[in-house]
Design a protein around this ligand. Sequence first.
Ligand SMILES: [Ca+2]
Ligand SMILES: [Ca+2]
Ligand SMILES: [Ca+2]
Ligand SMILES: [Ca+2]
Length: 513
Amino acid sequence: MIHYRWLRIVLVLLAVAFLPGLTIALAQEGAAAGPPALAPEVEPNDTPWEANYINGWRQGRINPVGDVDYYILSDYQYGVDLVVSANQPATSPVRIRVTLYDGNETELVSADCDAGAVCLTYRLPEGNGFYLRVTDANGNGGPEYEYAVRTQLSDPNEPKDFLSQATPYSPGQPLAAIIEPQGDVDFYVFTVEAGQEFFVAHNGIAIILLDAAGQQIGYVPQYFDSLLEFDEAGTYYLQTDYESSYYGPVPYILHLQAVDRPLLFSFTKAGTLGGVAFQPGDIVRYSPLHDTWSMHFDASDVGLRGNLVAFSGSEGLNLTYATAQNVRDVGMVRPQDVLQFYAQSLGEDTDGYLMMRAKGSYVGLTTAAERIDALALGSSSYLINLSTQGNARLPMAVGSLTAQRDDVLSLDGNSSGDITGGDWSSTLDGQAMGIRGANLIGLSEGNRGVWGYYLMYDRAVTLGGVTYQPNDVIFCGGTEGVPTCETYELAFDGALVGPYKIDALEVLYYETE
Ligand SMILES: [Ca+2]
Ligand SMILES: [Ca+2]
Ligand SMILES: [Ca+2]
Ligand SMILES: [Ca+2]
């Protein structure tokens, strides 16, 4: 398939986050800027339970002999460095010893400190709290044993203030960092493969995306969850853009989470893909991110026979089989009908129960040409979108609706659960889309930044100037209520399934790891 694109990335803003940072900022407004004061300790602080908060300088005394002073870090972050500095007046005979404990009071590191110097630097592990204990290394004490200690968080990858200093980043991995000092900018460099997609959760820090030449190609705002898709393989840069007022170090996690868009397929014949053996009545799941196959719905486990030619959903499934059959507890089911499957378990041990969702003959699907060959659940539980194998003539309040095999029809059911009646409408018009003779055999509703349908045809089709092969999944971006597509995009390259023929599909909502 030849498909040129001009955009190098596609950015989708998903949702506006709450603004916790703003609340904190407002609460702190009026607080004096500049270095923190030498906050005196509050005794007793002799156990972790009595610890004083520390985030900056605190001062105290080792008094009497044997006194210990506990401080609890009020600010910490996995993966960044804790830097402890110490000081003491010239008159103080103390030999400052600091010991760091995790939340379980397990000792992590200890050091004896020289006045006016950094005492220890320690990469913080994952944890739910950290204590710093101060003692006199010689076991002495008294009113004159005065000291001061300071805790600071430090970004281990600084300096990364310029493009030329960019820190290498592995997409998919979290990387802890800090905006510090005020006005700090951080650069990262990474590589992606074409088509890789990432979810970026809002983290309070906006991100500027740059190409290999340092040109801006995108902007991820501060308070949005976003999806980033890279059309072209290559080297890219990220640059932080922190705009809020400054109230001290701002820890953040850079995390481009890999996005998976699993697909469910049924095939015309039995086969094996990725070690998973399937029958034509089954549904198998493909993960593009991991390039793995798994069984999703094993038809024989629930007593269904023949070829599954249309389905929709993932846990609650709507199913149409090409083979008319007597289904236990349901009765006779024909290829014009839609079965509903409620799953108790899926995969190699599929279990659940079946009921009739829509009886075709009650809504005008009767002839061989009116057999269903594509299904997609609509936005409401009463709505079923489908395509037929051939020409269909369906009853309307006045007259009838005619449709061809390249059309998508919608049945708005007027009874819950078991749809025995409803109103037909035309949703996608194959003729208006320029389809010439191809049969629409795969359908799924979805959203890729714009709302639309995933489509699959039984032969090559040319849409939007691009020729797609059978087994290709084509995303048609549209507007609800408009019977054609505004944009087309290849969502799955059918060449991946080799000689097998897909005859039904569902594209699932994206997942992150
Ligand atoms: Ca104490
Ligand atoms: Ca920096
Ligand atoms: Ca099938
Ligand atoms: Ca069709």
